[in-house]
Design a binder for this molecule. Structure first.
Ligand code: SF4
Length: 302
């Protein structure tokens, strides 16, 4: 992977970026298990042809710094603990930030936006923590609890004072207990993903199915019912038909605004997108919004 430096940032920042491959041959890490399989395979296959800019890696550098500041190993604590287990001839790997062996507590440090907390958007961390727990249990260790200590990069004390649903502190702890049922469920997930990897690993690039809508962070197209003079939408609807039906019941101050959806990861965050036919065929970065006024909407509905 090539690292560019468009802003000519100091060498120390460039050096802080890891260009190490996520996965060794026939290995798949806990964090890459959470990605779409097309992304996992294309990233590994085209690693030498990928590039990223230092400025786009700034939060990764911040995250690495946070990790190294918080690393401290106690009598029963282990940091940066590597652990693995074979599944169908593939090695599933994990690196745990901190593991309290005595109490079976897995701890991971994260940086995130407050919106992750506001939207209760923890599915990825839940799976990551459970994969670590599964790896520990498979290796004969105890796993009782997962904790994610999160530094909120964009926290505002002012917003916290006005909104009780806003995280009140700039640090948030997401945690959950590990249970037998959860371990069984994550084992099914791991086996499914490894099987998907095996089925697709030798296919040509274009024959690998695209990542699914959750994996490429799809934002669906929505039809916003808007009212003249009001900033926010009156209602958001997922089909043009339902938007037109609703518009018929409203007065002439209302109109429909079509907000085109997008595959957020494909468009902005997937480093292997230039090697992906789904990206080239489906992601259109030029189209953003399209506005339909009340007359046009009535005609369409008629
Ligand atoms: S561009 Fe999108 S579909 Fe293609 S590999 Fe990346 S995330 Fe997956």
């Amino acid at each position: 992977m090539k690292i560019t430096n468009k802003l000519n940032l100091p060498f120390g920042m460039v050096k802080a970026i890891s260009t190490e491959r996520h996965n060794a041959d026939r290995c798949i890490s806990a964090t890459t298990l959470l990605q779409g399989m097309k992304q996992v395979i294309l990233t590994a296959r085209h690693w030498d042809g990928l590039s990223d800019d230092v400025s786009d890696r700034i939060w990764a550098i911040f995250g690495t710094t946070v990790h190294s500041l918080m690393e401290s190993e106690g009598e029963n604590d282990f940091t940066e603990q590597d652990i693995s287990f074979p599944v169908k001839g593939i090695t599933v790997t994990g690196r745990i930030d901190n593991y309290d062996m005595k109490n079976g507590v897995i701890c991971d440090y994260k940086t995130a936006s407050v919106w992750k907390v506001k939207f209760n958007d923890f599915e990825d961390w839940y799976k990551q923590g459970m994969i670590y727990a599964w790896l520990l249990v498979k290796n004969g260790f105890k796993a009782e609890k997962c904790r994610f200590i999160t530094l909120l990069k964009d926290h505002s004390k002012t917003d916290a004072s006005h909104d009780s649903s806003y995280p009140q502190q700039p640090v948030f702890v997401y945690e959950f207990d590990v249970t037998f049922d959860k371990l069984a469920e994550i084992e099914r997930f791991i086996f499914g993903k490894v099987e998907e990897y095996i089925q697709n690993a030798d296919k040509p690039d274009n024959d690998i199915p695209p990542c699914d809508w959750e994996e490429h962070w799809e934002k669906p197209t929505v039809y916003a019912i808007k009212k003249n003079g009001r900033k926010t939408a009156v209602k958001l609807l997922y089909t043009e038909e339902s938007a037109n039906e609703m518009l018929k019941t409203l007065n002439k101050d209302h109109y429909i605004e079509k907000r085109i959806g997008e595959s957020v990861k494909c468009k902005s965050y997937c480093l292997c997108r230039n090697f992906c036919n789904f990206y080239h065929e489906n992601v259109n970065p030029l189209e953003t919004t399209e506005v339909t006024n009340i007359e046009e909407s009535t005609e369409t509905a008629a």
